[in-house]
Structures are given as C-alpha cells and as structure tokens.
Write a protein that binds this ligand. Structure first.
Ligand code: 13P
Length: 260
C-alpha cells in the first residue's frame, strides 16, 4: 500500500494574520474529507501569522508549521525565533534550509544541521529542504550536491529521529518558475536521495522516510508526481496561496498516490 503523503504549503513572505485566517477558514471545509490516514495537510505561515492560523485551524485536519527556527535556546540573537517559542505557540512542523534561505540569508549545511537538532530537541518536526541549482544540474553535480546536503545536514542524527523528519527535494530551478521536474526526472532524483539516506542511516529508516517534491507543483501535475514510488507528497509555494488550488492539489496528490 502507498505510504501516507505529507503536503505542506509554504506561504513564504505572504499572508498577514487576517489574510491567513481567511485562507485557513476557506481551506478547512475543502479538505475536511481528506483522511489523515491518506495525507497530512500542513500550512506554514510567516511568524506573525502563526498564532492566528493555529487558532483558526483548531479542530480541523490542518497542521501548522513555521518557516525557520534558530538553533540557540535563547539569547542575544536579535530578530530570531527559538524552537521553544514555536513549540509553546502550538507549532508542529518547521521548514529548515529552504533554498531561498540558502541563497539570500547565508544558510549552510552546518546551520541547517544545528537548526534540525534544535527543532527535534524541542519536539518539532523538521521539513528539511535540499536541492540543486540549474548550474549544478547542468554541470552534472546534482547527486553530489544532494549527497553533501544530506550527509552534512543530517550529520550526527540518530536513525530513530528520522521518523520525525521530512525531506523536501526542491530543485532550485523549478521553484516559482513554472518549470517542474518531470515526474520521471523527479523520481530518479528522489530515489537517489533515498539511497543517500540509506547509506547513512540504514535501509529501514530510508524506506520509512517521507520525501516530498517541491517546485511548481500544482493541481494539474500533483497526481503524476505523487504516483511516483519515491515521492511522498509536496512542499508547495504559489499553489498554496489560494484555498481552492491547494485543496485540489491535495486531493489530486492523494489520488495519484493511491495508484502506487
Ligand atoms: P513554488 O511551488 O511556487 O514553485 O515554490 C516551491 C517552494 O519553494 C516551496 O517551498
């Protein structure tokens, strides 16, 4: 039987608190019939929108994640947010190492690793983003880049803690460009990613791991992507900003996954 999917909307720097509430209020009835046994539905608003969205999502099957977390427990880190702050606010998931943070904010595999450890320690479930740039893909470096991001990003973790960790493969060239990896291309890479996880943590942990695809996933291509053996859901940008398109995407992803 196909493993359960995890589909998360990364709202990026969009949605004030009132806009976020309106989106979740509209989304709730649209995904109410999506069985949690088939798909975990997550929305990841900006920090200032989290509390309102957590309140709005109460009692529904919508889970809430943040988009970043600092690695220190507390202290003189102006502008940063700790794992304990997120946990106490009612956050369950946290995106770590998104390519936009790697590109614009100096995120490295070492800081990704530190953030993952802090998140797990606090009981948050990290959604760890990896992916190659266009230049890296065209230079034949895709697998080497992903292997390095996995080995260094997940260094020092126990295999058991991978059960609480999701990997999101997001080819940087497919993010916000409308240029999706074909299902076959994504599957080839996702299978390689599972292999890198197996080499570091063993086959059982790798088999059980949720590996999402992200990058121009839409209602129209979600079924074909999620029908691939090693694609266990999606991390969605643009298509997560409208309730109807996100709900359609979730349902199509579930339908695709059930073909496995
Ligand atoms: P798009 O779905 O807009 O391409 O964004 C993907 C992404 O970066 C999700 O984290």
């Amino acid at each position: 039987m196909a493993a359960k999917l995890v589909v998360a909307g990364n709202w990026k720097m969009n949605m004030t608190a009132s806009e976020g509430k309106a989106l979740v209020d509209a989304l709730k009835p649209l995904v109410a019939d999506v069985c949690p046994c088939a798909c975990t539905v997550i929305v990841c608003p900006p920090f200032t929108t989290l509390a309102t969205v957590i309140e709005a999502a109460k009692g529904s099957n919508i889970h809430v994640g943040a988009q970043n977390v600092h690695w220190a427990a507390n202290g003189a880190f102006t502008g940063e947010i700790s794992a304990a702050m997120l946990k106490e606010a009612g956050v369950e998931y946290v995106i770590i190492g998104h390519s936009e943070r790697r590109q614009y904010f100096g995120e490295t595999d070492a800081t990704v690793n530190a953030r993952i450890k802090a998140a797990l320690e606090a009981g948050l479930k990290p959604i760890v983003c990896i992916g190659e740039t266009l230049e890296e893909r065209e230079g034949g470096k895709t697998e080497a880049v992903l292997e390095r991001q996995i080995n260094e990003g997940l260094a020092g973790l126990e295999a058991a803690s991978l059960a609480d960790l999701i990997l999101a493969y997001e080819p940087v060239w497919a993010i916000g460009t409308g240029r999706t990896a074909t299902p076959e291309m994504a599957e080839d890479t996702q299978k390689a990613i599972r292999g890198f996880v197996a080499a570091q943590f063993g086959d059982a942990a790798a088999e059980a791991m949720t590996i999402q695809y992200g990058g121009s996933m839409k209602p129209e291509n979600a079924a074909a992507l999620c029908a691939q053996a090693d694609i266990n859901g999606g991390l969605i940008g643009g298509a997560a900003l409208k309730a109807a398109s996100f709900a359609d995407l979730v349902k199509n992803a579930v339908a695709g996954n059930s073909e496995k």
